[in-house]
Structures are given as C-alpha cells and as structure tokens.
Write a protein that binds this ligand. Sequence first.
Ligand SMILES: Cc1ncc(COP(=O)(O)O)c(C=O)c1O
Length: 356
Amino acid sequence: MYKKLFIPGPTHVREEILQAQAAPMIGHRSKDYSDLQAEVTPKLQKLLYTQQRVYLYACSSTGAMEGSVRQGSTKRVLNTACGAFSKRWHQITAANGVPCDKVEVPMGQAITPELVDEALSKGDYDAVTIVMNETSTGLLNPVKDIAALIHEKYPDVLILVDAVSCMAGVKIEFDAWGLDVCLAGVQKCFALPPGLTVCAVSDRARERAQQVATSGYYFSYAQMDKKYEKHQTPATPAVSLIQALNAQMDDVLAEGLENRWKRHEKMAATVQEWARRYFALYSDERYLSPTVTNVENTRGISVAGLNEELGKRGAMISNGYGDLKEKCFRIAHMGDLTLDDVKWLLGQIEDILGLS
Ligand SMILES: Cc1ncc(COP(=O)(O)O)c(C=O)c1O
C-alpha cells in the first residue's frame, strides 16, 4: 500500500507531477532544453522575490551547501548551529579546508541576531551560514532579522542560507532581505522527487567567488555563468526533474504564493495545537517551523510502533532525528499536503494511540 509521506523529505509527490517527469527526453544542448530552463527560471525568481540568478544543480542540497562555502570566503566562515543540519554545514566547511568557526545553541533553540552579532565581532569573518528551517528540531530561524543585522554592522559578510526544508513553503524575500545564497533540494516543500537543487546567488556572491583561488568546478558560479545566458548548465542537468519542476511551479503560482504560505501556516498551527494537547512541543515556541513539527514524546509511546501501525493505514511520519530518536517524532506538513491530509493523519494517530 502507498504510504502518504508526512516525513520532512522526500515528501508526498502528486500523480500529475510524477507523470510530468515521464515527458519525452530532450537533449540538454537543444533549443527545447533552453526553452525549458528559460521558462522555469523566472518562476523560481518569482518564488524567491528575486531578480538575481537562480541556478539548477543536478544534486541534492548537500552539494550546493558545499559549493557555497567553497566559493563564499577568502577569509573565514562563521557556521551557526542549532541542530543536525546546521552542524553538518560546519563539517562541510571544514572538510573543504575553508577556515571556519562554529557558534552553537542547544537543540530546540534559535539563532538570534544578537548571537550572530557577538560571534561576528570576535573574528575576521566574510561569510555566515544559516540553516533557515532546522529540520532536526522543527525550528525556523529569524533569517530576515539576522540578515538586517549583518547588513548594518558587517557589510562584507556574505549570508549563505540553507532553506532546504522551507523554500516554497515560507516567504523568502531574497533581494529585500539581501541574501547572497539561498538553496534547497526539491524533495521537500517543492514536493518533487529528489535529485535537483535550486540555488539563488547574488551578484556579490558571484564576485566573491572570483576572488577564491580554489573554488571548485562542479558548483562554480563562473562555470554556471558560461551557460546561464543560453539557459543551459555546464554539466548535464536533471532534465526530467526540471520538466516536473516547471509543471509544479505553474501549480505553485496558480495556488498563489501568499495562499501557499498561509496553507503551510494553517497546517503547522493545527499540528502544533494537537501536539500541545496530547504531547508537547520540543522547540522554542517563538520559532516553530511552518513546515515540520517536532513533537516531544511525553507519553513514552513507541514511535517505531506508531509508524508501523500508520503504515498499515497508508501514512508515514518521522522518528526523532539522531539522539532524539524515540524521544520525539516529527510530522512534516509541507509541499502539496493539505489541511485535510494533516487532520486525517492526526485522527489516525489518535485512534492508534487511543487518545481522547
Ligand atoms: C535543513 C537541511 N539541510 C540539508 C539537508 C541535506 O539534504 P540532502 O541530504 O538532500 O543533501 C537536509 C536534509 O534533510 C535538511 O533538512
């Protein structure tokens, strides 16, 4: 039986979008492909409220995270960490030999402008990494406020944002906020199969990359730019996924961006209210994620057991991430899931656990 995915990626993909991937193949140096990329790029720029370049990489998000830190700094990177994925960006930065430091808050807490200010004041940094939506804790960091602080006090610091589990689910105003890189794989809020990453890059990030001696090749903005005006990519793109993305972006824009953000907020509010009633919320209430909720397992249920029962009823949720396994469970409410889907899921959990 198909299990509807309420996990924070890959998430549920609608049948029409699965079908859109099955369109006939086209050559990636053909006019047909250029037309496709020329069509999809402005839709992505609309989604991110940007006039800047949006690249498509045939990889999962980790690839573009690596590319952004390789090209983002000639001095030192500050990695902000508040959970598993933001910690990983620090590992990625260090693994690439880029000088870096980590500033960390306990799991469930947010990165604040004050914290970033204090950390940046202590070193000669020229880039900061921030995971906007920390998927391991279900927390949305205040990126807009952090970016405002950085622009005011540290104008040479690039702002690199992992929006992996919130892009296309929450409003991200790339230009107005002054972001430099904002990236996301498409298997989360875009509700597509995995394998493609969308990455907006500012002019000043592209200029910075020119200064970096060993900026790499596959993710190089300079390489991407050689083909950008032709609406192509230097290496072979994930053609089928881009065809599906083009179809999906029509649906996203037809839904209306404001409506899409509201739908995510409504789904989140419903899950949060339910979690407060029957369990507890793990993360700081002031920063709860609109796309994934981390529920603290205050009843000591078997999360694995719950998921097994849900599987028999056609649904799947996520266990707690890493050390939070069985201590928490995560319900994703992202992509094309609806409020009715979420209410149905919560009803099933109540029924299985005998909650009332
Ligand atoms: C916030 C965040 N960043 C990065 C990643 C890594 O993405 P991938 O494994 O698709 O490369 C994930 C994966 O879930 C994530 O949630």
